[in-house]
Design a protein around this ligand. Structure first.
Ligand code: AMP
Length: 658
């Protein structure tokens, strides 16, 4: 077989396996086998890039980022649905239908809580995908949709033009996994699967969308120049044959059956892989749909039954306080077990002291809880009639329940936070931060390794990193001698990090990259900074009263002092490498282009100006350096044309620091 045909048959095979895996949830090939074939295809494509086709599974990882989304006019509007909330409203809908047509059948579908998309195929090839937008005009998110594995890129025996509509969603499993990963990396959590799906689909960089592992379920043919269908059910069966994931679509003839199915779906709704916010009843016969037509917003032949969030009463056995990875104390009620929204719940969040005081939640109370939009159940209200005698108002502790350090209220908010620099509850997050790129930049010390080190008990504070031995690290799962050596070497190297990085690595409240740079430049040694009084700190440009307070409090904390002592003994650099402030870039002109990852353009500009340099908006012969971030445009081209040196962001940062 020649190479081109071989590539084609590999593509076909991988797409077929992909369909079984991602759409049918019935994998046949072993992951290993799939990966091997994929690798084989990748190698052939590397040798013959001219034969890469858009439907190749290698194209699912996300192509080039775009600057903005183009508008797309939908050939058939993506309409909304009329809501019904109770049996009377459903009966009225059914009556209107039957008065006109007599006998009727309905399909009952889950109302998937994601976001609506239209997918267009020409001669079976996926050419465009758009969001719903206002229903008439949406946004072109084709590149992001290409990364959605359950959307076929190529259809066999499809009509010349086909536009289908479906719901893009993030499955509960993926949502949970992503949030677990985010917790570990101390990134803000995704609030709920719907927002997560919407946010992912509107990422300008498809590579990010690819990581979100979205799914898509189809519920309608918007437009087709193939043979028409008699019923919705037939149309969906056909789409299933074309390899789409399609919505479940049982058909019922009487109102009682319809109501029963809606109730059944409602009861089972937490067993589905996607979030369901209702059930949709649609007239099954397409000709009847055409007869009923639509209002300006809704079809007259369908309604959406909305399910309210489930609420339950639960008895408060205790109020527990958790210390999060950022040190925030979060109170929650511990309740008797209650079944709620598909899971057994034994606690619900109380957010903070203000919330507790406002609702006056007490141990012994009976509270109403629900899961609405968010994953963690919330306390809705207290049933005061059920309050037993002898309860007392609740107040959060003044010391961290984990490490005993004093608790302080955030100067700019309502959260109470543990002030311990070595608090075990915050250890993983602190270590990940300590090792991160803007801090000590320890290569290979990501969240997974940090977790392994902490779980093995090898590290109690970031200072312990410098005591690690190769043999200890090599014992960790999936580590091995070589990686262990590399990690220890990277840790060793980090001892020479700049003072600014070290200050940033402490993770002091209010002190990020920028403030750390300012402080390093101003005080030149860590000891000078430690000795500086709060009043003096506030005189430093860009250091406000709150930051000054956070700094002095932190340095006075015994745990922080212990950490600093450990780092000192380890030989970590405590001094600034920077030259005298204000002179380094004297007489130089910089042009910034593209998106910087580690700082905003403004931060880059400020740091150039602070060092005596100038920033200009356009490249000329007088330009000293062009700093090019991601997706740099015409300025980069101009620099190359004029032979002006171009710096990457990392090179620029190095220049700035040394
Ligand atoms: P609403 O957003 O409340 O107006 O409800 C209409 C939306 O429900 C549509 O835009 C679709 O995105 C969504 N939807 C989810 N599942 C279905 C379904 N099975 N049939 C029709 N629409 C659905």
């Amino acid at each position: 077989m020649d190479v081109k045909s071989k590539m084609e048959s590999l593509r076909e095979l991988l797409n077929e396996w992909g369909h079984l895996y991602y759409v049918m949830d019935a994998p046949t090939a072993a992951d290993y086998e799939y990966d091997q074939k994929l690798r084989e295809l990748e190698q052939m494509e590397a040798e013959h890039p001219e034969w890469i086709t858009p439907d190749s599974p290698t194209q699912r990882v996300g192509g080039k980022a775009v600057a903005s989304f183009q508008p797309v006019q939908h050939p058939v509007p993506l309409q909304s649905l009329q809501d019904v909330f109770d049996p009377a409203e459903l009966t009225a809908f059914d009556r209107r239908i039957r008065e006109t047509v007599g006998a009727v059948e309905y399909v009952i579908e889950p109302k998937v809580d994601g976001l609506s998309v239209a997918l267009e195929y020409l001669d079976g090839v996926f050419v465009r995908g758009a969001t719903r937008g206002d229903g008439s005009v949406g946004e072109d998110v084709t590149e992001n949709l290409r990364t959605v594995r359950s959307i076929p890129m190529k259809l066999h025996n499809a009509p010349h033009r086909l536009v289908v509509r479906g719901e893009c969603y993030m499955s509960r499993n993926v949502f949970q996994q992503l949030n677990e990963e985010r917790t570990l990396k101390d990134e803000p959590l995704l609030a709920n699967p719907r927002n997560a799906a919407a946010g992912s689909l509107r990422q300008l960089d498809p590579k990010i969308a690819a990581q979100r592992r979205l799914d898509c379920i189809i519920f309608n043919i918007q437009l087709s120049d193939g043979d028409p269908f008699g019923t919705d059910a037939e149309q969906l069966d056909y789409l299933e044959q074309l390899c789409f994931r399609v919505i479940p679509h049982p058909v019922f003839g009487t109102l009682d059956q319809v109501q029963e199915e809606i109730n059944r779906l409602g009861e089972n709704r937490y067993q589905y892989p996607y979030e369901m916010d209702g059930a949709v009843a649609k007239v099954n016969r397409i000709a009847l749909r055409e007869q009923f037509g639509s209002t300006a917003k809704f079809p007259r032949w369908a309604v959406a039954w909305k399910y309210p969030p489930e609420q339950k009463l639960a008895k408060v056995l205790d109020i527990a306080v958790q210390v999060g990875r950022t040190g925030v104390l979060t109170p929650k009620v511990v309740t008797e077990p209650v079944r709620l929204a598909g899971t057994t719940v034994t606690n619900a969040t109380l957010h903070n002291q203000d919330f507790i005081s406002e609702k006056d939640v007490r141990i012994g109370d009976t509270v109403l809880i629900q899961k609405a939009g968010e994953i963690i159940p919330q306390v809705v209200s207290v049933d005061h009639a059920k309050r037993p005698d002898g309860t007392v108002p609740y107040r959060l502790p003044e010391h961290c329940p984990v490490c005993g350090a004093p608790v302080a209220r955030d100067p700019d908010g309502v959260a109470l936070r543990c002030t311990g620099a070595e608090c075990p509850a915050q250890l993983m997050r602190n270590l990940v931060h300590f090792a991160s790129r803007d801090c000590m930049d320890i290569e290979g010390l990501g969240p997974a390794v940090v977790r392994a080190l902490v779980e093995k008990g090898l590290i109690q504070t970031p200072g312990d990193l410098y005591d690690l031995k190769v043999a200890e690290v090599a014992q960790l799962e999936r580590m091995g001698e070589k990686s262990a050596q590399n990690l220890i070497a990277a840790i060793e190297k980090s001892k020479g990090s700049s003072l600014a990085r070290l200050i940033n690595a402490f993770g002091i409240r209010q002190v990020g990259t920028k403030a750390a740079q300012v402080l390093a430049k101003q005080f030149r040694t860590l000891d000078a900074l430690i000795e500086t009084k709060e009043e003096t700190l506030t005189e430093v440009p860009d250091i406000g009263a709150i930051t000054a307070r956070c700094l002095t409090e932190w340095f006075q904390n015994p745990q922080a002092q212990h950490l600093i002592q450990k780092l000192r003994e380890a030989g970590v650099n405590f001094e600034s490498y920077q030259q005298e402030a204000g002179s380094k870039f004297a007489g130089m002109t910089f042009v910034l282009t593209g998106t910087l990852e580690q700082m905003t353009r403004n931060q880059a500009k400020t740091s150039i100006e602070e060092n005596g340099g100038k920033v200009s908006g356009s490249v000329s012969k007088k330009t000293t350096y062009v700093v090019a971030g991601e997706a740099a445009g015409s300025k980069l081209a101009k620099a190359e044309e004029l032979g002006i040196p171009v710096l990457s962001e990392d090179e620029f940062l190095t220049l700035l620091e040394f």
